[in-house]
Design a protein around this ligand. Sequence first.
Ligand code: PXG
Length: 443
Amino acid sequence: MNTQTPHGENAPDLSAFWMPFTANRQFKANPRLLVSAKGMYYRSADGTEVLDGCAGLWCVNAGHGREEIAQAVGRQLETLDFAPTFQMGHPLVFDFAAKLAKIAPAGMDRIFFTNSGSESVDTALKIAFAYHRARGEGQRTRVIGREKGYHGVGFGGITVGGLVNNRRVFPLLPGADHMRHTHDLARNAFAKGQPDHGAELADELDRILNLHGPETVAAVIVEPVSGSAGVLPPPKGYLEKLRATCDAYGILLIFDEVITGFGRLGAPFASQFFGITPDLMTTAKGITNGSVPMGAVFAKRAIHDTFMSGPEPLIELFHGYTYSGHPVACAAGLATLEIYEREGLLTRAASLAPKFEALLHGLREAPNVIDVRNIGLMGAVELQPRPGAAGARGYEVLVKALQKGLLVRATGDILAFSPPLIVSEAELEKLFGILSEVLKTID
Ligand code: PXG
């Protein structure tokens, strides 16, 4: 139903939509609606052009309104709108998996489709448990995550995640433990790229393994670069140590690449950027350029093959979604991969990163800034919280930046940046120019 509201004629009735991760009443009192998008820009309901500083929600890596994706999706809807992938198949899903396997980290060429990052995480955890069980190590029932980790909102994801607001209200799966986070302003503030200090935090894993017994642990899951916690690149040497410890005890290492996947750091995946191969890798977001919901778990071939040893008529893994490998999502994904490859977007962040870094760190002296950090085309500016009003400064920046034509992501008082990978140097200058102006107006 359309009603007249103070926010414009024929604005939609806002009451029925229960908004995710949003202060609903605050938003509905002062709504911010985006109505169209092309390239690097959104257009808001009042006609403002808004530069997209965060690729939507870290997902629109090839920029908005890509015609090839729209056409592929339209064609697919007319050709084959849906087909089951339980005991059936359709050509696109096999084709898409094969093409993803080609850009995957070495050996991670077996792919399970989901519909989101949260589903990818739950899927990867279930594969880990089932894998150990298939090898006669069913006693491996524990999983280890990290403080400040974000792995989506399924029960598996919030159990291994480490953001207190996502956990405190809900019952969690048994048997999880957490390593300490690597956010260390005292030693690492204003680091460019991987910080120098903190590799020893990976020794936390040994401590936790000694507490529980390493033979009880199925998997360790981390974001190679924490995203939602406010862009925390791993300290130098940290991921290497996690890899070595997992190897020493037969524990699976899961990289959650929902944000870092599909070119964000300047390589197809963070795994290749850091030169460390996990056993399982979770993805979503950029897999379809954010256009159609989809996710995928990449598994090492040996893990997949472990499941393929029983009697052939038996289902090997009792897991899957109605929409695993949905034909329309596959069409969107195939068109997305073509764009990524044709335009070199899976590596383009590498050449833009120096400019991005220089502009971002140029905000170092802006009011209230207590840290600036970056890696690839991911960056964050951390503001000192206002006494007694944590998050207020961050929210004010979000609102004021939008008025000036820039979309930023604020988590608490941390501002995060992850522009589409098509961004030009001039657009980066514009982005940080607007931000600099806005920061000057925040008390
Ligand atoms: N893992 C990681 C590392 C993520 O960043 C998920 C899993 C869950 O994905 P889905 O598709 O279920 O939402 C995510 C999602 C933000 C922000 O700005 C980050 C995410 C989602 C929304 C906002 O910090 N990441």
